[in-house]
Design a protein around this ligand. Structure first.
Ligand SMILES: [Zn+2]
Length: 349
């Protein structure tokens, strides 16, 4: 009896100190994430039995390839991982090059990979962080960083064959297409095409077909099959917009100017301007050069001094916006020296 009382007293003291029962404190979690997701922290890499290697990135200097460590027992929801884990020799660490698994070999950032793996671990929908968004008033519903994140996560989910996540991301991207800028639909078209998300692909094509994106921009940014499909859709559609007249007329003066810029022949651009009524602004030539041409071609074009460097295109972008999306410092500097305005924000027209 005395021993039992002493045991109760010890239990009471332990409980009061928070060592047992409901008041027991958990070990501190420095990542501030649920315990299973915290296993994806770099500090656990050495203890993991699966390594997923992220491709190196080149952005302002080369960022070396890094790895995310994972646990085979927690990856088993994915048929892809289940297959490879079952075929692995006992005790051997599995290594995957992520670029080889992802449709089209697209680069996936660490945030998207960790989010998808975290969802596998916890069986909960992945969180969508507002990655790298510099607009403090942004709701991150359809800004480019938010789109890039969902697109990368879709590639990862597709490569890992996690079908419920693929369906979830497809629904999310479908909603984004309804509110995104026209230019920002293009990475969504490409992921829909490469991951064979046919409903999403059809939705994107219809939106791009009625957008004001010009044909040369689409031709350079999209896979040939998709470009041809949109072109045919435009031909047959009664929804032709001004910019899509390029599709109908391969000899359009604006197209000739773009082709001259492609070949770096700014003298020819000058001659074409003299021979027709089309101006550099009509052809969105500065936008085109900022998005697609070598820096020296844009520099020469700006010397013609006959274009508005702050004009918006049909999508609401200035040439400086195009240059910033391309991340080409020499182009950005040339535009700034010519008077490009930094505070102008993107908007729908
Ligand atoms: Zn945002």
């Amino acid at each position: 009896m005395h021993g039992q009382l002493r045991r109760h007293k010890l239990l009471f003291l332990a409980a009061a100190e928070g060592r047992v029962g409901r008041r027991r404190r958990l070990e501190p979690n420095p990542s501030n994430r649920p315990p299973r997701e915290s296993l994806l922290d770099p500090s656990f890499l050495d203890r993991a039995d699966v390594e997923i290697i992220l491709a190196a990135a080149a952005c302002g200097g080369v960022v070396p390839a890094t790895a995310v460590g994972a646990y085979s027992c927690l990856l088993a929801r994915s048929p892809f991982f289940r297959h490879h884990i079952s075929a692995r020799p006992a005790g051997e660490k599995l290594r995957f090059e992520l670029a080889e698994l992802v449709p089209g070999g697209h680069r996936i950032g660490r945030e998207a990979l960790v989010s998808v793996l975290g969802s596998l671990y916890t069986a909960r929908p992945p969180k969508v962080p507002p990655r790298e968004c510099v607009d403090h008033k942004c709701t991150h519903q359809a800004c480019r960083p938010a789109i890039d994140f969902v697109v990368e996560a879709t590639y990862a989910a597709s490569g890992f064959q996690i079908h419920e996540l693929i369906r979830l991301f497809q629904r999310r991207l479908y909603e984004i297409v309804n509110i995104a800028f026209d230019e920002d639909i293009l990475p969504i078209i490409i992921v829909a095409y490469e991951c064979k998300l046919l409903d999403l692909l059809s939705h994107c094509i219809q939106n791009v077909a009625i957008s004001n994106l010009d044909s040369t921009y689409l031709e350079k940014k999209l896979p040939d099959d998709i470009y041809r499909y949109i072109k045919e859709f435009c031909r047959q559609s009664s929804l032709l917009t001004e910019s899509h007249t390029f599709f109908m007329d391969p000899d359009h003066e604006s197209t000739k100017i773009h082709k001259a810029l492609d070949s770096g022949n700014v003298d020819l651009v000058g001659m074409l301007l003299k021979q027709s009524t089309v101006t550099l602004d009509d052809a969105f030539a500065i936008h085109y050069a900022a998005a697609h041409c070598k820096p020296e071609v844009l520099k020469e074009l700006l010397k013609l001094d006959s274009a508005n460097v702050n004009m918006r295109n049909h999508g609401g972008y200035t040439p400086l916006h195009m240059a910033c999306m391309r991340l080409e410092p020499d182009i950005i500097v040339s535009l700034l020296r010519k008077g490009a305005s930094v505070p102008i924000q993107t908007r729908r027209t």
